[in-house]
Design a protein around this ligand. Structure first.
Ligand SMILES: [Fe+2]
Length: 451
């Protein structure tokens, strides 16, 4: 140990130690108390998929001790992490991704068997992290407009200073106000843990609303500092209300899927592509998808090998294979070529990307809609060689057979009342950037902009 650091130990002088992160210790940093209430799918009048957990979400529960919160913030605000992991996808929001690759504390905390046990217990299903890049995605609201301004305002000690609320802030209703921080959506991954790393005293809003089966919105309190909530966000439609009245809001999110084999996995990476580093996202995505395929194939093969002749059931195998074909197809389609992704994002912007569904809804009310969409698809004016045309044909066949089109994302339901277009197919697959490209070549994008 260097003399300076030894000195620091004796005198409390921070010096270099102030930037060095702590070693994760569950006895010091965790403070778990099981959630007081678990909200079931049944409570919400929602149908539970046979393979999913009956738990839709939990009320906030303590997870990190005050020391744990500070150790986490210290790990997160290391200069190296801020330099390499920060982006600002929306004005006023700072995002830190992949801090787990630079911080041992963050990695050890989220992957520790005790933490894994806690999140699995709270969700009612054994979980595993969906992929390393989805460990501790951190959203930060703090003063400042540029990334350096925002990062300069981050301190290890949580800010307690409050912001005076205006009458509009007090009257804010996320259900009627369009400015809810994240509008109604399903998550890209089946399960999520949201952990709060900032003070919430004096905060107004910041809660989650869940859409019940009867259409009513149910409020779930947001977690206070050191607390977490679990949500089956891939199965439950939800909305995040804007938080007001505080100088900083820092939440960190880890996404999970069920560890059980042969459990339908609803994951996709539409929401992530615009701000993720695709060179690290795609290899992780591919590994996770192939690993699941391998494990499920092995699981089935073991069953057949160990069992007698009766263990082999043709129908069962056929159904497993069909599921795996869909699964593999989505695995491939979700990896939109990085150059193409980038070009489209530059051309249309992130707002249009995330707004693709609403744009699609709007163009459907234009008088020229049916004619333009139809002729684009009939004459294949857009990407005539692309594999999406086969996907479209397959969906059209499914519809003919009375089955719903295989939509990966329930955010984009197709209204049964009209023809099924390429726009529906691409949005259904969660390929928002490809959708914008198709929309432009149909002429509908221009009409949308001029309307
Ligand atoms: Fe969400």
């Amino acid at each position: 140990m260097s003399p300076l650091r030894l000195l620091g130990r004796w005198t409390g002088f921070s010096g270099q130690d102030s930037v060095k992160e702590e070693e994760f210790n569950p006895r010091v940093h965790l403070n778990y108390v099981p959630p007081q209430k678990k909200i079931t799918m049944q409570d919400l009048l929602l149908n539970q998929r046979s393979t999913a957990s009956p738990i839709a979400g939990t009320t906030p529960f303590p997870l990190l001790s005050p020391k744990g919160v500070r150790a986490y913030r210290k790990a997160l605000f290391q200069q190296d992490v801020l330099d390499k992991c920060a982006s600002s996808p929306f004005p006023g929001t700072l995002v830190l991704r992949d801090a787990v690759k630079l911080s041992k504390f963050i990695r050890d905390f989220w992957t520790h068997p005790e933490t894994m046990r806690i999140v699995s217990e709270a969700s009612g299903v054994p979980l595993e992290v969906v992929m390393p890049t989805e460990i501790g995605h951190t959203n930060i609201q703090v003063e400042g407009t540029t990334i350096p301004e925002m990062t300069r305002n981050l301190r290890v000690e949580p800010l307690v200073e409050k912001v005076e609320l205006s009458p509009e802030d007090r009257a804010y209703d996320p259900l009627t106000d369009k400015s809810s921080i994240i509008p109604w959506h399903y998550d890209s991954y089946p399960y999520v843990c949201v952990l709060m790393l900032s003070e919430t005293h004096g905060m107004v809003g910041g809660e989650t609303y869940i859409r019940k089966g009867d259409g009513e919105a149910q409020k779930v309190e947001g977690p206070q500092i050191g607390y977490a909530v679990m949500l089956q966000g891939g199965e439950v439609e939800h909305l995040a209300a804007r938080a007001k009245g505080v100088k900083e809001r820092i939440s960190t999110i880890t996404s999970y899927r069920s560890k059980r084999p042969n459990v339908y996995d609803s994951s996709y990476i539409t929401n992530v592509r615009p701000y993720a580093d695709l060179d690290s996202l795609y290899p992780e995505w591919a590994q996770y998808r192939l690993r699941k395929l391998r494990d499920e194939t092995t699981h089935y093969l073991n069953k057949v090998e160990k069992g007698s002749g009766s263990a082999f059931q043709r129908e069962e195998l056929e159904s497993i294979i069909n599921q795996q074909i869909d699964y593999l197809q989505r695995t491939a389609r979700q990896m939109v070529p990085p150059k193409y992704q980038e070009q489209i994002q530059e051309k249309y912007g992130k707002a249009a990307y995330y707004d693709a569904f609403r744009i699609w809804e709007t163009v459907q009310s234009l008088p020229e809609f049916e004619r333009l969409a139809s002729s684009t698809d009939q004459n294949r004016r857009w990407m005539p060689e692309s594999v999406y045309w086969m996907d479209l044909q397959q969906s059209i066949e499914r519809i003919r057979m009375g089955k719903p089109p295989d939509s990966t994302s329930r955010n984009h339901p197709w209204p049964n009342s009209r023809k099924y277009y390429m726009g529906d197919e691409l949005l259904g697959q969660g390929l928002n950037e490809v959708f914008l490209d198709w929309l432009e070549s149909s002429g509908l994008w221009d009409l949308y902009c001029k309307r």
